[in-house]
Design a protein around this ligand. Structure first.
Ligand SMILES: Nc1ncnc2c1ncn2[C@@H]1O[C@H](COP(=O)(O)OP(=O)(O)OP(=O)(O)O)[C@@H](O)[C@H]1O
Length: 309
């Protein structure tokens, strides 16, 4: 299957000299939800802005639906909707006019039946005649989504759509996103809420300092990096790891009081029973054991820290 978005060796150096993206390549398939994670200033908005034609890359090419975003920008942009980070709406315009207007900007003929369906699906139909300044923050965010979908794009970018939004509303927004995906819209979102990415995304991309560190399916990421950690506290500190226990991935803490062991919960044999038996055999008395599952948050932090180190 041809990807709906093909990002090929894209770089961006702003006039200030900041290198916001360094040789990023990424293919996004039709119908998937991709979450882009990364700390502040990592380059996420720059990447989205390049694909949407708002920022010009200093290197590389981007194709949307096979159309080069620079040479064939009109066709490429028709396929894209963007929900920006900042809420910017005309305060005295009605909801319906504002959505109709955006559709017109894309050169699409009026289609009130579609606009009605769109506003209804976003629970905005009752508010269609309200001026946007009369809306709550959550409603305003939904108007931004309606605007972004007014020309029926195939790809929707959501740049931190739930930043500063309360928990109930966040759930509501995610319901909207799920429904869009069910209709076949490809969704690329940036978020700082890792549980959101864990909950929603099919694939997760991690960006740090302008580099795409990895892109993996969420299950693969959690499976590969999402190990469980066993910590064994010892009665007597060890000076060093006994030679017989070396080479098994055991780590002795600096004070010698704890043995750390990472294991894959999906493995048939985790090796824990064996390990505890061997400790007992060597007369190493165990005071306590605890286990912990690594979350996406820890995986993310370890990737970013590893790269920064
Ligand atoms: N117009 C600009 N001119 C100069 N530098 C910029 C411009 N826009 C962004 N940058 C810089 O590029 C880098 C990447 O910024 P970007 O907004 O893409 O990051 P981000 O990952 O979206 O961050 P956040 O999570 O904070 O939104 C930052 O160092 C930022 O200061």
């Amino acid at each position: 299957m041809r990807p709906i978005i093909d990002i090929d060796h894209v770089s961006k150096r702003y006039d200030s000299g900041t290198v916001a993206l360094n040789d990023v390549s990424l293919q996004i398939d039709e119908g998937e939800i991709l979450a882009l994670l990364g700390p502040n200033g990592a380059g996420k908005t720059t990447l989205i802005s390049i694909i949407c034609g708002l920022v010009v890359p200093t290197g590389g090419t981007v194709r949307v639906g096979g159309h080069d975003i620079r040479k064939d920008w009109r066709a490429a942009r028709k396929l894209i909707g963007l929900v920006p980070q900042e809420i910017a709406l005309e305060p005295f315009e009605s909801v319906i006019d504002c959505v109709r207007f955006t559709r017109g900007l894309y050169g699409e003929p009026p289609d009130d039946a579609y606009i009605e369906r769109l506003l209804s699906s976003l629970a905005l139909w009752d508010k269609r005649e309200a001026k946007t300044r009369e809306l709550s923050g959550g409603m305003k965010r939904r108007v931004l989504i309606a605007k972004a979908l007014s020309h029926r794009p195939k790809v929707l970018f959501l740049d931190e759509p739930t930043a500063g939004v309360d928990v109930a509303l966040r759930r509501e927004m995610w319901q909207v996103v799920r429904e869009l995906r069910a209709e076949g819209v490809t969704i690329i979102l940036t978020t700082h809420y890792l549980e959101e990415a864990e909950d929603m995304a099919d694939r997760i991309g991690v960006i740090n300092r302008g580099e795409l560190l990895l892109v993996k399916s969420k299950d693969e990421l959690l499976g590969e990096f999402g190990k469980k950690h066993l910590t064994v506290s010892l009665y007597e500190p060890l000076r060093a790891l006994p030679a017989e226990l070396a080479g098994r991935g055991l780590v002795l803490s600096a004070d010698g009081r704890e043995l750390g062991y990472a294991y894959d919960t999906r493995a048939e044999r985790t090796g824990i029973a064996h390990l505890l038996a061997e400790l007992a055999e060597r007369g190493i008395a165990v005071r306590d054991v605890s286990t912990k599952q690594s979350s996406l948050e820890e995986i993310f932090m370890s990737l970013v820290e590893e790269e920064t180190a």
